[in-house]
Design a binder for this molecule. Structure first.
Ligand code: SF4
Length: 364
């Protein structure tokens, strides 16, 4: 029985994550390809919104350390896109002039464009950088790098900290915001090379699991708040949030690491960073003990059992094409063909060390 394996032994095992569980539940073969093959098969065509999510999260994280959002925006973009940072700034300045020149599809805007050729030249230079250095992401026509820069700039200039930052925050990316004496911990100056996130470890379904929420707060009434920030178009209702596996895993890991005690009131939420505003959605954990957590433990136990047995069946053909996850599979290029031919080699029993920086990225 998995549950009878000593805790210390479980914690020595290769850790699993909610991203891995989601991959496994979607298709066991895709989990195997992404996480057990050596070298791991990277997902193709992952949406650039995932990349942008990490940018926004870095800005918010700096906000918790009292860096103004706009200053944080500049620092993060300079670090992420240094070679085109000046072009992005120049482009954005012209973009504001362009948008102020008239309504969309008017002669006023057309005239402005003819008189400002540099606007197009800058966009082309930035696009060339995007194609060369950020090509692993799938960029939509509506949201190239320039559009995400505009979004980030607008967020940084128009968002008040109280719209986004949780009061009474304790942990951001698993790291304390305040020291033992209550002083704000200074991070993110130009010389700060320390870690900027720390995973929580625990045991779920008999498996070693790691993860960390974007934020964890504890207010004066003892109410705990677990939040993740999202830039994706999807939007969960409170009902859906109440059974979201990612937030439930964070809850369980926080509880096992003594940040939450039994019976303590807890709210779980998503903070949606939209292009033109911020929205928070919260739910309670009243269904956790009876429904959500038992299911989460069961699913991680299934994943652990599958790894032990080495069984990862493909789902191709099981569902009708319209419902098949194969349509959106980022590792389909390496999925074994029906005749058994594979395009990637298996590592046998030697498992590679997972990259949890990537896990954090995927959680967006
Ligand atoms: S193509 Fe289909 S069967 Fe193959 S790994 Fe992807 S989801 Fe699974």
């Amino acid at each position: 029985m998995l549950d009878e394996v000593p805790l210390t032994q479980v914690m020595q095992e290769r850790p699993l994550s909610i991203s891995q569980l989601r991959a496994f539940v979607r298709c066991p073969k895709s989990f195997e390809l992404q996480y057990l093959y050596d070298p791991r098969i990277p997902q193709r065509a992952m949406g650039a919104s995932v990349w942008f999510g990490t940018i926004i999260q870095r800005i918010i994280q700096r906000g918790y350390h009292e860096m103004p959002f706009y200053e944080a925006h500049l620092q993060v973009w300079k670090q992420a896109c240094g070679p085109v940072f000046e072009q992005l700034q120049d482009w954005f300045q012209l973009d504001e002039e362009y948008r102020a020149s008239g309504k969309a599809n008017t002669n006023a805007r057309r005239t402005w464009l003819m008189e400002h050729a540099r606007y197009r030249v800058l966009a082309e230079q930035i696009k060339a950088y995007q194609d060369e250095h950020l090509s692993r992401w799938n960029w939509s026509e509506k949201y190239p790098l320039t559009a995400y820069y505009r979004w980030s700039c607008t967020f940084a200039r128009t968002t008040s900290p109280v719209q986004v930052l949780l009061p009474s925050v304790v942990l951001v990316e698993g790291l304390p915001v305040y020291g033992p004496s209550g002083d704000l911990i200074r991070r993110f100056d130009d010389t700060d090379a320390r870690e900027h996130y720390r995973l929580l470890h625990g045991v779920i379904g008999g498996a070693h699991v790691v993860g960390v929420p974007d934020e964890f707060a504890l207010d004066e009434q003892g109410h705990a708040w677990i939040a993740d920030n999202k830039v994706s178009a999807s939007h969960l209702t409170p009902e859906e949030l109440a059974e979201d596996a990612q937030l439930a895993a964070y809850y369980e890991l926080l509880r096992q690491n003594n940040w939450i005690s039994t019976g303590q009131p807890v709210s779980i939420g998503h903070i949606y960073i939209r292009e033109h505003g911020v929205e928070q959605v919260w739910a309670d954990t009243s269904r956790y003990d009876d429904q959500v957590l038992p299911l989460l433990h069961e699913q991680f136990a299934r994943l652990k059992a599958a790894i032990a047995a080495g069984t990862f069946p493909r789902v191709r053909g099981i569902q009708p094409a319209s419902l098949s996850p194969c349509r959106f599979c980022g590792v389909a290029h390496a999925c074994p063909k029906p005749e058994g031919r594979t395009e990637a080699s298996h590592a046998g029993t030697s498992l590679p060390t997972p990259t949890f920086e990537e896990e954090r990225t995927y959680s967006w």
